[in-house]
Write a protein that binds this ligand. Sequence first.
Ligand SMILES: [Zn+2]
Length: 505
Amino acid sequence: MAKLLTLFTLLPKAHQITLSLLVILTTVILMFPSEDAQASKQTSLTSSSADKSAIETHKRYDIPLAFRTPTPPGKHSVEQDEPDVLLSSDDSSKLISGETPDDEAFAQHLAMLQTSTSDIDGMINDIDDQVAAQKALLKQQTANDDNIVEYFEVAKGDTLGGLFSRAGLSAKDVYDITQLPLAKKNLLKIMPGEEIAISKNEQGELQELTYRMDKVSTLVISHQNDEYKETVNVKKVESRTSFIAANIKSNFWNAAADAGLSGNHIMELANIFGWDVDFALDIRKGDHFALLFEQEYADGQFLRNGNILAAEFYNHGERYTAVRYTDGEYYSENGSSMRKAFLRSPVDFKYVSSNFNPRRLHPVTGQVKAHRGVDYVAAIGTPIKAAGKGKVIESSYNQYNGNYVFIKHNDTYTTKYLHLTKRKVKRGETVKQGQIIGTLGKTGRVTGAHLHYEFIVNGVHRNPRTISLPKSTPIDRKEKNKFTAISKQLMAQLKSNQQQQLASN
Ligand SMILES: [Zn+2]
């Protein structure tokens, strides 16, 4: 280096200047990348912001399960101009779970259902799933290559203004957009975790904004020629028929939940057969059931559960069937109504602890039930339902019965409910079937909390769980042919599904 400097000083003045300029020029060229290099750098920046994160090789990425990669235009693509089309269940009845085009989604859905089985009220909507679905949809709509799309998640305590300013939008943008009625209604009440996709052109001007209103509808705000327009894209909703069958090993709830039935459907199934089967006390190991039910899908993604269409329940070897008719009521496969004058159990099965106990001991005497009623052991406060409609002939208290309610249904039938914590009806009042008449307790001569229930026919105590009850009105004669056709088709479908399941086991 020193030698070079000595050499430099020996050179004529003009040469020194030329050499210095050359050194400076080279340095400048080396410090700044070529135009090409700069351009390619920008491109990679662009694509990385569009994809939210650039994909690198030799790096592991966690991909959410519910994330769907965009599919080519076809059966699963977002059909933006399609109106909301609901396929009738008849059209899609060919689709059973084994043949659904989206087996994987169905399996995922079943797994999701199973995780939520502890929730009695059937909260099947998983927030993560919703967010993932939102992302998937927004991603699919990022078709425009020229624009840069960025996703902004609503943070806790975020306002629309805050989010817009993070997105580099002006106060005027916020003002103009919120002048649109749907934008005003939806964007001003955005919730944490929701996402807004913002698309800008190369000049950084807002081109399009999308917001997922629900699982089916997306609000799209477009900006062209200094004008904002809003539209709602609605996904196509299709109804599929699904099948579930199960054998009861420990209790009804677990068997149904393990098979993938949602909490709501479990309760619904118990209600459908609740006039014939006492789900609280009379379910036995080996009882089994099968059902067909509707599920709605939006562009192949699970949306919500629908109605139970048909079901079969074996209790103590006795077969019960139920078919949903167009009036929303359930009838047995041959058209007799499922509704009866009396519920088999005045207590919902989910509250009763001892499902399998063939020799239930009386809570007071400790002896096998030899008294004139049925005891339901459950927590204090459990709601007690009137087994049938009627008139309250007693609502009172004494030292033996504790708080008690007697209901006279007609000249033949009377029911009695003893040891209540609270009575919710007064003497002389008329009650509807299923109406809450009080809550379970341990008042009177008892050692533990339970409901003592008596069923009296013409003055004689009978077992409410086994007595044959009066038949209610069957399906209207005018409807009979139409019903029979539906019933035959559904029961055949139920049967073929069961055979398929048996064959695959
Ligand atoms: Zn008793």
